[in-house]
Design a protein around this ligand. Structure first.
Ligand SMILES: NC(=O)c1ccc[n+]([C@@H]2O[C@H](COP(=O)([O-])OP(=O)(O)OC[C@H]3O[C@@H](n4cnc5c(N)ncnc54)[C@H](O)[C@@H]3O)[C@@H](O)[C@H]2O)c1
Ligand SMILES: O=P(O)(O)OC[C@H](O)CO
Length: 323
């Protein structure tokens, strides 16, 4: 097997390490030359996945043309860069999309963006509760692999499964993508609750009511309810809303502590996708007449549109309604 992994952030590096764990040849494309050098010379990626030794079967490159001889590509760039990254790939190779987000300006899901950028490539989506550093250490992980072509989905699942890395098949690509994109915004909300000291009842309520928002939006975009309540939806929502290991939760925690969003977002090396997804999701939800008050509240905080106390009061003062 000759897999290519496009993007050597924490998740791309963890996936490369996982795929190579049984000796498969994995080529990892990195944007930063220092990452290429560190992987090839020291078997480490100290910039994005410090402390994880990489196996000998992972080789890094900065040259996209080297992906020509791969038979499968995992795309792991930040969502807002996926279009440009995919457009630069050799054409026709099966693409497994691992980025979580909605494209700004078009409101397209990653599969829709990839389809436009590489119309000849078959597409699958890999998404679920997966902190990169845990996966890289070989800790047990289950994840959704969504592919409209059931045969291709089965082939890919067999190729990427490892003893502690277990893909579950789905044909609901839209559902898998919406879960992964929306949970990042809701994790910011849960981080705010943590930072502002609102307590664990508030967090559980945000997870629950946030899941109701995810479901309403997902159903409006054609997702299936069982996908949203699976690994790529509820599973990832629970993980990301529970720990400062999540960059989105940590961003929210900073907001909840009263730090300005501009300060929290400035000069970041790592990506907190929810900050980019939130305004796109809000606008798409409004256009589809889907109510997403928690998402609206996160946007208000990210845009410094209202003080934290007002945003919390406004959420709590919404009219009483049936669950
Ligand atoms: N980290 C995780 O645990 C995890 C798990 C599942 C999914 N994801 C998703 O994977 C995607 C990548 O996240 P990550 O955690 O690997 O990234 P990261 O935050 O660790 O690193 C940032 C990445 O962005 C890349 N980048 C910066 N500018 C770029 C540009 N102009 N063009 C292309 N790439 C650029 C960097 O090279 C680096 O690979 C995100 O959509 C994220 O939601 C992450
Ligand atoms: O660190 P986060 O918030 O980007 O979350 C990482 C993964 O998406 C968790 O599944």
């Amino acid at each position: 097997m000759k897999a290519g992994v496009i993007g050597a952030g924490a998740w791309g590096t963890a996936l490369a390490q996982t795929l190579s764990s049984q000796g498969d040849d994995v080529l990892l494309w990195a944007l930063e030359p220092e990452v290429v050098d560190a992987v090839n010379r020291d078997r480490l990626n100290p910039l994005y996945l410090p402390g994880i030794p990489l196996g000998p079967a992972v080789r890094a490159t900065g040259d996209m043309a080297e992906m020509e001889d791969r038979d499968l590509l995992l795309i792991v760039s930040p969502a807002q860069h996926l279009r440009a990254v995919v457009a630069g790939l050799p054409s026709g190779l099966p693409l497994i999309l691992c980025s979580k987000g909605i494209e700004a300006g078009t409101s397209l899901l990653m599969s829709e963006v990839a389809q436009q950028a590489q119309p000849k490539s078959p597409i699958a989506v890999l998404s679920g509760p997966t902190f990169a550093h845990e996966v890289a250490r070989g800790l047990p992980t289950a994840i959704t692999l969504a592919c409209a072509d059931a045969d291709l989905g089965r082939q890919i699942a067999a190729r990427i499964a490892r003893p502690a890395f277990r893909p579950y098949l789905s044909d609901d690509v839209v559902g898998a993508e919406i879960g992964g994109a929306v949970k990042n915004v809701l994790a910011i909300a849960c981080g705010v609750a943590e930072g502002a000291g609102l307590g664990l009842n508030a967090r559980a309520s945000l997870i629950s009511r946030g899941f109701a928002e995810m479901t309403r939006f997902g159903l409006a975009r054609g997702a299936r309810a069982e996908t949203l309540s699976g690994l790529s939806g509820l599973g990832d929502l629970v993980l990301t809303c529970s720990s400062t290991n999540s960059r989105n939760f940590s961003l929210g925690k900073g907001l909840g502590e009263g730090r300005p969003s501009a300060e929290l977002l400035a000069n970041r090396r790592t990506v907190a996708e929810g900050a980019f997804t939130a305004p796109v999701l809000r606008d798409a939800a409004r256009a589809a007449m889907v109510e997403m008050p928690v998402v609206e509240a996160v946007c208000a905080l990210l845009e410094d549109a209202a003080p934290l106390g007002h945003v919390i009061d406004a959420l709590l003062a919404r009219p009483l309604r049936p669950e």
